[in-house]
Design a protein around this ligand. Structure first.
Ligand SMILES: *Cc1c(COP(=O)(O)O)cnc(C)c1O
Length: 312
């Protein structure tokens, strides 16, 4: 696919999602997750997240279901798989499709199963900053369902199929060959890179113990791919300013929940149902984490955080 967004949009379309349908997903995510739903004319329905893992809270799904619900898009945010077992059980019970957003979860697993193979389809992005990145935009749909595979192939290529000719509206969402070549070279290294990410995460967890900074949690049975290392702190602005003075850059993923962004804004009553999403968006901060970090740099980040939290 041409991008992760296109992967999501066409996988959902291939699952039968269209105008007027409702698709349940998280508001605490990259805007692309929600854009893919809205671009189909479907309505995103936001479900609050688990305060420990920041992924969709399965216990909150049922309350958001209506007769127009057609699919669920769990986001494996920051590289940690959403809790898929109860999500899949609910989808089976109500006849909903499940399309996993794996754009941050290359190599992540849940109960030994790779992100993307648990639902009807899984959607990856290879944007250069992802755990597996091309030199430009690109994406992928994985599915075990041949009908979805054929439909996605058709929709990404002018609506053309070998068997039936041009029988559907379709644009051009193909993967560029040069990006594919780069990805083939990089793919065998993904596991080692993820291993290094996990090592750095373990060093941070140990080094930041006792600072009051809330480190990411790995749900039992899940293996985190640590696309991002997102911690929670009180007095975030001060914390970030102190780190910045010490030469450590931080970012915020994401500063505004999607339901607070103009085109996706929801009514106040609906926003009140998203209290965890709202609470965490003011406290989260991403520390530097990528496989190339050196031992010295990891130590420097830990020291800087310890200093920033002692200053209070
Ligand atoms: C990056 C990302 C996307 C979109 O991928 P693009 O390739 O940039 O279109 C979708 N969902 C999540 C969670 C992402 O991080």
């Amino acid at each position: 696919m041409a991008s992760g967004t296109e992967a999501l949009r066409l996988a959902l379309q291939a699952c039968g999602v269209g105008a007027g349908d409702e698709v349940l997903t998280a508001s605490h995510t990259c805007v692309a997750t929600v854009a893919a739903i809205a671009l189909l004319g479907a309505k995103p329905v936001f479900v609050d997240v688990d305060p420990r893992t920041y992924t969709i809270d399965p216990d909150r799904l049922a309350a958001r279901l209506t007769s127009r619900a057609r699919a669920i898009v769990p986001v494996h945010l920051y590289g940690h798989c959403a809790e898929m077992e109860p999500i899949l059980a609910l989808a089976r019970r109500f006849g909903l499709r499940v399309v996993e957003d794996c754009a941050q979860a290359h190599g992540a697993t849940d109960r030994g199963r790779m992100a993307g193979v648990m639902g009807d389809a899984g959607c990856y992005s290879f944007y250069p900053t992802k755990n597996l990145g091309a030199l430009g935009d690109s994406g992928l749909v994985v599915t075990g369902d041949p009908r979805i595979a054929n439909e996605v192939r058709r929709l990404r290529h002018y609506g053309w199929s070998r068997q039936a000719g041009r029988t559907a509206y379709g644009g051009n969402s193909r993967l560029d060959e040069l990006q594919a070549a780069v990805l083939l070279v990089k793919l065998p290294r993904l596991e080692a890179w993820n291993g290094r990410r996990r090592q750095i995460a373990a060093a941070y967890r140990e080094g930041l113990a006792g600072t009051g900074v809330k480190c990411p949690v790995e749900r039992p049975g899940a293996s985190h791919a640590y696309h991002l290392y997102v911690v929670r702190v009180a007095e975030r602005d001060r914390f970030r300013a102190s780190l910045s003075e010490q030469g450590v850059e931080t970012l915020i993923h994401y500063s505004s929940p999607i339901h607070r962004l103009e085109p996706y804004a929801v009514a106040p009553a609906e926003a009140r149902e998203l209290s965890v999403t709202e609470a965490i968006s003011g406290e989260i901060v991403s520390l530097p984490l990528y496989p190339e970090l050196t031992e010295g740099e990891i130590e420097a980040v830990i020291d800087a955080v310890r200093r920033a939290t002692q200053e209070r």
